[in-house]
Ligand binder design. Structure first.
Ligand code: MN
Length: 738
């Protein structure tokens, strides 16, 4: 609950936010911000910060940083206000999506994931980990920007933390967040983060430099006044509208300089820089800046190797300015920065500041442009980048995805892994008892395919047991092995029950129950082991009907009556599909014909998508249509080990003109027109229907996957050979069975 004073303070802070929120445009947007504010006030009603203040001050301050320092858009302010709501209160992402929109929910979802991973007080995160994760988690760059604002406010209020917590957060900020801010062109935020970090990691150094700065400030002020006087004079004379700011170096960068050059505070010559910000129209900016340069160097001599022209070639962050160092009449070097108002805004608040949106349609576009620019930067680090960020690349070629437990533990899984794979990766028992999962707080089935950055919570039930169908859900060997093991154990449980039931059945039809007869019955059903036989009987898949048919056959074929001595050796479980096929053909030479007009019900296995022309086999599963797999399909091989000889050799009926789904994958150079050529061949030359098309492009390399309907292997191979002729394609092949 809030006290009366606290309510007033909340309202005051909200008004402050509205005051600095310059980008607001429509009444609807104002209404949404109000709604987000109300929701945050209500959701955090029972929460306090370490300082004892109402928690809601924090999101209000974060939103203010977003609006004022970063000049972000309305969506960002709404998200900043609610950034801790999903993590800390009963509100869910679905609620947010319902009350606001999917984009807001997506950004808050991203912030919640990052919080779970990076802000868990018990864990010390590695820079490497941070690097890899932050881009993977942030589908929208606003997630990172709001995260920076969040971190800045936490740093500003760090004194309430324990000493241990202060050290951890401060050093993390220095190593990770400050370089991140720098890379995004957010110089003010970077500077403040660094100074605050130093304040907590090396309080003595910080306070010493701070004191020195203060005690020398009046001397400095009078020196600066003398120094800029002639500059002001000449600017007025030439009627150039200007403002002069004096920027004192940050405590942190003074400290860096002192350490690097091994000098005391007094010897740091560039404690401050003089910033001349002129009014200029966009077309004349460059000329006007150099005009000022020329006027200044008429007064003071420049140091020839200290001119930095970031107007002709802006920094990758978008920073534009003209820097020079001149000799003052008192024999001291002074740095001068010349820039226009527009350049100044970019330097102060990041590129977003430049877009003082005229209307709300432009807003989305402008911020997107800026965000894209930052993203590009992340992906193409230049040589000047801080070493930490040098290899800050999102690895699009990765064969692995990075997923997280609700507590933020990272789980590496292969691409294509499902929630079930995740469950077995966490623990066998969790896998064995899983019934579903929550991925990013949304309920999904066990066969849900995971993406990098997903946070996965497995839902378990004590009474759940591994199911046969799970073998089709899981793609990791680990999960499949455990499932097979559990299925085997499950079968053993039914051993006795099945055996008793079979004895009963034998008695019913008046046949002697002995090993030879059981073995014959097992062979009749094409079952690999007696365990499997008893299991099928216990489950009721095989019963009196099969036994009668078997006996009938035995009576009709005296050959079967020849007493086969019971072999002591166990029936070997076929190891490879080839062996199984050979064995099967020996017993049952007829083949199954696949095509449209066949009596037997069959299905094409999705794991390997066989098409006419492929070597295929049919797998007989109890009470299911026969599954047709490619004979090199790994899943089929695994299934074989549990279903033994229940396999038929299948063959395609060539007369049927049917279409089958097949996949091709390729790697190519991303040039304009390349995708057109590709689809042109598929659609126009071959007249094939594309079902799906996925393309990942990065650094001019594209990796693509196409699922399409083809007639047979010849058709597919012809197509692949034609596509190979496109010169941008470096590698292309049919997708292998998973
Ligand atoms: Mn927060």
């Amino acid at each position: 609950m809030y006290s009366k004073e606290e309510r007033q303070e909340i309202t005051r802070r909200y008004r402050d936010l509205l005051k600095v929120w310059k980008n607001r445009s429509t009444p609807e947007e104002a209404k949404m911000v109000r709604q987000a504010f109300n929701l945050a006030v209500e959701a955090h009603i029972d929460m306090r910060r370490k300082s004892g203040e109402p928690f809601v001050y924090h999101p209000l301050e974060v939103a203010t940083i977003c609006a004022h320092d970063l000049r972000l858009d309305t969506t960002s302010i709404i998200c900043a206000l609610m950034h801790d709501v999903v993590e800390d209160t009963d509100y869910t992402l679905e609620d947010i999506e319902r009350l606001f929109n999917p984009r807001v929910a997506m950004i808050i979802g991203g912030l919640t994931k990052i919080k779970g991973i990076f802000d868990d007080g018990t864990r010390s995160i590695q820079a490497e980990y941070f690097k890899r994760m932050i881009l993977a988690l942030a589908e929208d760059m606003r997630v990172i920007l709001i995260k920076l604002a969040d971190r800045l406010h936490n740093m500003r209020t760090l004194e309430h933390m324990s000493r241990e917590g202060q050290l951890k957060i401060a050093s993390e900020t220095l190593i990770m967040y400050a370089p991140l801010a720098y890379r995004m062109g957010l110089y003010n935020i970077k500077t403040e983060l660094e100074d605050l970090s130093l304040k907590f990691t090396e309080p003595e150094v910080y306070h010493h430099i701070k004191e020195q700065l203060e005690s020398t400030s009046s001397d400095r002020d009078s020196f600066i006044n003398r120094f800029i006087y002639p500059i002001k004079d000449v600017l007025s004379k030439f009627e150039i509208p200007y403002i002069i700011h004096v920027r004192t170096k940050s405590v942190f960068s003074i400290w860096q300089k002192m350490q690097k050059k091994n000098i005391p505070f007094e010897d740091v010559y560039d404690i401050f820089a003089v910033r001349i910000i002129i009014d200029s129209v966009f077309e004349n900016e460059k000329l006007d800046c150099w005009k000022v340069y020329s006027l200044i160097t008429d007064i003071y001599k420049p140091k020839h190797d200290r001119v930095r022209d970031w107007i002709s070639i802006p920094k990758a962050t978008g920073y534009e300015s003209l820097h020079l160092t001149v000799m003052s009449s008192e024999g001291k070097w002074v740095e001068i920065q010349i820039r226009t108002q527009r350049m100044h805004e970019i330097a102060e608040s990041g590129f977003a500041a430049h877009h003082q949106y005229k209307n709300s349609q432009d807003e989305g576009k402008a911020i997107e442009t800026w965000l894209t620019r930052i993203r590009e930067q992340f992906q193409n680090p230049d040589n000047n980048a801080l070493s930490f960020l040098d290899n800050f690349k999102l690895d699009l070629y990765s064969e692995e995805i990075y997923t997280f437990t609700p507590k933020g533990d990272m789980r590496k899984l292969p691409v294509g892994a499902t929630a079930l794979d995740f469950a077995y990766n966490v623990h066998t028992e969790i896998g064995n008892h899983s019934i579903g999962a929550k991925v990013n707080l949304t309920l999904v089935p066990l066969n849900h395919v995971l993406k990098s950055g997903d946070q996965v919570e497995i839902i378990i039930s004590k009474i759940q047991k591994p199911q046969k169908i799970w073998l089709e859900y899981a793609i990791t060997a680990r999960a499949q092995n455990y499932i097979l093991e559990a299925l085997k154990a499950e079968k053993k449980l039914h051993y006795k029950e099945g055996r008793e039931k079979l004895q009963e059945l034998f008695r019913e039809i008046g046949m002697e129950y002995n090993k030879q007869h059981v073995k014959k019955f097992q062979e009749y059903n094409n079952i690999a082991s007696t365990i499997d036989l008893y299991y099928e009987i216990a489950m009721g898949t095989i019963g009196i009907k099969e036994l009668k048919n078997c006996c009938h056959k035995i009576e009709r074929n005296p050959w079967f009556n020849v007493l086969i001595p019971f072999s002591k050796t166990k029936p070997a479980i076929p190891k490879t599909l080839d062996e199984s096929i050979t064995e099967r053909i020996k017993n049952k030479p007829e083949e199954m014909l696949l095509g449209e007009k066949v009596d037997i019900e069959y299905q094409i296995a999705l794991c390997c998508n066989p098409i006419p022309g492929d070597d295929v086999i049919g797998l007989i599963m109890p009470q299911k249509p026969i599954m047709i797999h490619r004979s090199n399909c790994k899943i089929a091989i695994d299934l074989m080990s549990s279903f033994g000889k229940r396999i038929v050799k299948a063959k395609w009926n060539k007369k049927d003109p049917i279409l089958f789904l097949a996949g091709i994958q390729f790697t190519g150079i991303d040039k304009i027109g390349f995708i057109y050529q590709l689809t042109d061949i598929i659609s126009n030359k071959y007249k094939l229907k594309i079902r799906s098309f996925h393309l990942d492009s990065s650094n001019e390399v594209s990796i693509g996957k196409i699922m399409l309907y083809v007639h047979d292997t010849k058709n597919l191979n012809d197509l692949i050979n034609d596509l190979k002729k496109i010169k941008e394609i470096k590698k292309i092949n049919r997708m292998n069975p998973v």
